[in-house]
Design a protein around this ligand. Sequence first.
Ligand SMILES: [Mg+2]
Length: 132
Amino acid sequence: MSVARKILIVDDEEDIVNLTEKFLQLENYETLTCSSGSEALQIVEEKHEDIALVLLDIMMPNLNGYEVLKSIKSNEKFNHILVVLFTVKNFFKDIKKGKELGADGYLVKAISGNEIVNYIENLLKKKKKETN
Ligand SMILES: [Mg+2]
């Protein structure tokens, strides 16, 4: 079985999806993208075996990032997938709420593309060490 390496980027802002996807692809990551929580859950359902990590916006209309996170982490089929909340909300209470719902990490949107890639790379390496 091949190692899951795809990153699913979920954000209702198209520019953020495009930029993040570009940075990750430059570092040879395979990416999947969508712009809503419901699409994200559908993709996870269909492709969970290929997805290593979900980079998840919190503030989205209808189904927000917390709800998507909860659905992923409460399902045995998918809860191995790393979920990193990706948001402009960087208040302590939001970080705490994310952690409580099972988020594996937290990235604030003001950071650079290199920082995003490095953060994801480190998290995946850490997870690999844990599972080996
Ligand atoms: Mg948003």
